[in-house]
Write a protein that binds this ligand. Structure first.
Ligand SMILES: Nc1ncnc2c1ncn2[C@@H]1O[C@H](COP(=O)(O)OP(=O)(O)OP(=O)(O)O)[C@@H](O)[C@H]1O
Ligand SMILES: [Mg+2]
Length: 373
């Protein structure tokens, strides 16, 4: 895709130019994507009844736990006891309880997918809301009874920060899983105050992993192998990707069955879209024939700007029902929450940011057929 220039002037001429360029950008992205659909192989990922076909073998988890592994709650197998429970009185647990009271007063449980759904949350454009989306979607799903694992695959460690999970150098982390083949169960930790939610943190060590991986055997599929070894009981795995298309993101795309792309409602956010889609196609063609872009989420929507509407309309026009109906508004509360090691759902459950992420998560969980061709 050609790098577009910003409109040189304000006013209707500039708006027309912006609209034209948005259309061009999305057209270029989409034409690449659709030209590759004939390469797809295998059965559909999401079944007609909305359930999800197994991304990995789901044999019962019987392997003995490695030393240091987190012991998952016994009721992970129980279909009945899936309500959230708050066993401690830590401030963050109190916040989580308050969040559930506000956001889920009737104690509803979201439908559990028949098979685990693994998402790579990707967009090589920086700052478009990947981490914010990963964290808040994960918390929303977990507060509604689903078992969720967040894998922080970004050396910045922002998802770990947002979930308040320790991630100082030396902590068992995604680096150890990828580079040293540590058992992933040794690296995952429960997120305090949010039952059902676990995280594999990222430490700064991960910054070197891109280079270290280059010479390694099966360098693209190491995360997939680790996720395949996870207990069945996880319903959702959300992988927060770094803002690049290097080996870390490739590992996420090989491990995932679904790609979720947060798109910021701003002109430049569309710039890298074609390249991202092209990379998804390459991974699908060569490394993971099941991979699909199923979910696009419009983020940081500012209703006061015409551009936000234009971007949203163009993206919807081209990607159809892959785009969630729910749009995440630009909101100060969303951006404040990570500073307190919280999601916006626990930080300010009544805020528009919280209710929007909850609605987006529900859409994703309930309409799992979205994005199916
Ligand atoms: N809906 C929102 N309203 C206001 N601020 C937001 C919203 N979503 C995200 N932000 C803020 O925008 C910044 C970028 O968000 P985020 O870190 O989620 O993006 P990212 O795509 O993960 O970035 P990176 O590419 O660096 O990993 C953060 O400061 C975040 O708090
Ligand atoms: Mg991020």
């Amino acid at each position: 895709m050609n790098s577009p220039q910003p409109p040189a002037q304000r006013g209707s001429g500039a708006e027309d130019l912006a609209r034209h360029r948005i259309r061009e950008a999305v057209n270029a992205a989409v034409s690449r994507e659709t030209s590759q659909t004939s390469n797809e192989q295998g059965a559909p990922m999401v079944l007609a009844d909305g359930s999800y076909r197994a991304p990995v073998s789901r044999e019962t988890f019987t392997a003995s736990l490695p030393e240091g592994a987190v012991v998952l709650p016994e009721d992970m197998n129980a279909e009945v006891s899936r309500e959230t429970s708050f066993d401690d009185d830590l401030p963050i647990a109190v916040e989580a309880r308050r969040a559930v009271d506000v956001l889920n007063p009737e104690g509803n449980v979201l439908p559990r997918p028949r098979f685990r759904r693994v998402f790579g949350v990707a967009n090589q454009k920086g700052g478009v809301g990947k981490t914010t989306t990963t964290v808040n979607m994960a918390v929303a799903l977990a507060l509604h009874g689903l078992r969720v694992l967040v894998i922080d695959l970004d050396p910045q460690g922002n998802a770990s920060t947002g979930l308040d999970v320790p991630h100082q150098a030396g902590t068992p982390s995604s680096y150890d899983v990828l580079v040293d083949e540590m058992d992933i169960r040794q690296a995952l930790v429960p997120v305090t105050g949010v039952p059902n939610l676990y995280c594999v943190p990222a430490t700064i060590d991960l910054a070197g992993a891109e280079i270290e991986l280059v010479s390694m055997v099966a360098r693209e599929s190491r995360l997939r192998k680790a996720i395949d070894s996870l207990p069945d009981e996880f319903d959702y795995v959300l992988i927060d990707c770094p803002p690049s298309l290097g080996l870390l993101t490739v590992n996420a795309l090989v491990a995932a069955r679904e790609v979720m792309i947060p798109i910021q409602c701003e002109y430049y956010a569309l710039e890298g879209l074609g390249q991202l889609i092209h990379n998804v196609e390459l991974v699908r063609a060569h490394l993971n024939s099941d991979l699909k872009i199923t979910t696009i989420l419009l983020t940081m929507y500012d209703k006061r700007t015409k551009l936000a509407d234009q971007v949203a309309a163009e993206v919807r026009g081209h990607f159809g029902d892959k785009v969630l109906d729910t749009v995440i508004p630009r909101s100060v509360r969303v951006s404040e929450a990570p500073g307190y090691g919280q999601s916006v759902l626990t930080y300010d459950p009544g805020s528009r940011g919280a209710t929007s992420y909850l609605a987006a998560a529900k859409e994703m969980a309930v309409h799992s057929g979205k994005g199916e061709d």
